[in-house]
Write a protein that binds this ligand. Structure first.
Ligand SMILES: *[C@@H]1O[C@H](CO)[C@@H](O)[C@H](O)[C@H]1NC(C)=O
Ligand SMILES: *[C@@H]1O[C@H](CO)[C@@H](O)[C@H](O)[C@H]1NC(C)=O
Ligand SMILES: *[C@@H]1O[C@H](CO)[C@@H](O)[C@H](O)[C@H]1NC(C)=O
Ligand SMILES: *[C@@H]1O[C@H](CO)[C@@H](O)[C@H](O)[C@H]1NC(C)=O
Length: 408
């Protein structure tokens, strides 16, 4: 027995042990004393630990579940809290507020995400009026607003170019990093066209856009895919209602892209997939289109003019698993969320096997996808004022991840 062996050890050894122990205790005591006396370096450690505790407590209180849908749940949770504490954005004040720059055009419709971002950043604590405090600089170009005023594409390009060039010559901030710590936000596709006059802007600054396709110059590690959300939603969020989801797959819309034409041609008469190549109109009955989302397991989201469409956010809101059918794009929050946990992500060429692919998904897999979908709903919703983990905060988080420039 180890205890007996210890007992039989010579007296000398045990004295040595005794003095070693005393020494250790003395060392510990003096360290404690010193650290209390010179507590400055300890403060940051204590704060750090305090923050961590704070985070886990918040998480427990909210009953937050970070398990399934994130690439790195713990990294997200920790970095998000850091962002909330530290992130500061400076908004250029120039530009006539009544015309193009400062105020959102509206908070409804297909491009509502742009209006919400403009409104949210002003009402959030991320805004700083001191450029020296700023991690990033927001160039408030609202192409949606210009479009609403009937400005021609050519004029828009000129307006954006003049505006940004005036900021570059008036302020020292752009030139410090050649715009790497600057960003702009456009949901309307005209944003792509409107910024053509200034290749520097597109190449160097962070673009948050609803058109994250690589063929229109979206740069995945620099730019951000803005979710396209048509708010307000006509009906409440779906979820925990799988017994009502009896249709395998649903799509109704315009055939305004090659993939949509093929989708309609291949599946329009199928008895299990509910595919119609005409938009459902009001004449069909009140909110018939939205109610179809409640009744379907999978909602097909083929790219139109852009992969990103309000259909993806609609599917998420109504609890219908989005089936992404597009090539070469970034999905919103792709670097934070693992889309395969709550969506089916396919290539365009999979359209011919669509039904077989969906039927191969087991009931258990479907239930898992559905439960995860409910968990991501809050990330695809805009609020005014913004609330934690909503679409605005996710966009801010993506911006925070990209703010790695160093200034001297
Ligand atoms: C474009 O700009 C020109 C010159 O400022 C102006 O005369 C014209 O009316 C503008 N057109 C539109 C559609 O905005
Ligand atoms: C920034 O650089 C551009 C191009 O070199 C220059 O025209 C502009 O005046 C500079 N801005 C400032 C504030 O110095
Ligand atoms: C299923 O549909 C029926 C009829 O529309 C509705 O009354 C019921 O609340 C739905 N069930 C769930 C769980 O949503
Ligand atoms: C679907 O049915 C319509 C009407 O019967 C027919 O005109 C069309 O060719 C059919 N489409 C396919 C792909 O079979």
């Amino acid at each position: 027995m180890p205890a007996e062996q210890h007992g039989k050890q010579p007296q000398q050894l045990s004295t040595l042990r005794c003095s070693l122990l005393t020494l250790a205790i003395l060392t510990l005591l003096s360290f404690t004393f010193l650290s209390l006396k010179y507590s400055t370096p300890q403060v940051s450690v204590a704060n750090f630990l305090g923050d961590t505790k704070e985070i886990s407590r918040t998480v427990e209180q909210d009953g937050e579940d970070f398990s399934d849908i994130y690439h790195s749940p713990r990294v997200f949770k920790f970095n998000f809290a850091e962002m909330e504490n530290k992130f500061k954005v400076y908004i250029y004040e120039d530009g006539d507020p009544k015309t193009f720059y400062q105020t959102p055009r509206k908070l409804t419709g297909k491009y509502a995400s742009e209006g919400y971002f403009f409104q949210n950043i002003r009402e959030s604590h991320f805004r700083t009026l001191d450029p020296d405090q700023a991690h990033l600089f927001f160039i408030p170009i609202s192409c949606h607003k210009m479009r609403g005023k009937g400005t021609s594409y050519d004029n828009m390009t000129i307006i954006v170019q003049n505006y940004v060039e005036s900021l570059i010559s008036k302020y020292p901030y752009w030139n410090r990093t050649l715009g790497a710590d600057h960003f702009f936000v456009t949901c309307h596709d005209v944003g792509v066209r409107a910024t053509e006059g200034l290749p520097l802007l597109v190449k160097n600054s962070i673009r948050a856009v609803c058109s994250p396709s690589y063929d229109v110059g979206f740069i995945p590690h620099k730019d951000i895919a803005l979710p396209q959300v048509l708010q307000p939603f006509a009906l409440p969020a779906g979820g925990n209602d799988i017994e009502n989801r009896t249709t395998l797959g649903f799509w109704a819309g315009h055939r305004n892209s090659k993939i949509r034409v093929i989708l309609a041609r291949v599946w329009e008469n199928d008895t299990e997939l509910d595919i119609s190549n005409n938009r459902i109109s009001r004449a069909d009955g009140h909110l018939v289109y939205q109610k179809r989302f409640y009744r379907s397991k999978f909602c097909i989201c083929p790219g139109g003019s852009q992969v990103n469409s309000a259909r993806i956010a609609d599917s998420i809101h109504y609890g219908c698993i989005p089936v992404i059918l597009s090539n070469y794009y970034d999905l919103p929050f792709n670097d934070i969320l693992d889309w395969r946990k709550f969506a089916v992500v396919l290539k365009e060429s999979d359209v011919y096997q669509l039904k077989q692919i969906l039927k191969r998904i087991s009931d258990a897999e479907f239930v898992a996808l559905h439960n995860n979908l409910v968990k991501v709903q809050r990330h695809f919703q805009w609020n005014s004022p913004p609330i934690k983990y909503d679409a605005f905060h996710m966009v801010m988080y993506d911006l925070w991840l990209r703010h790695h420039t160093i200034q001297y």
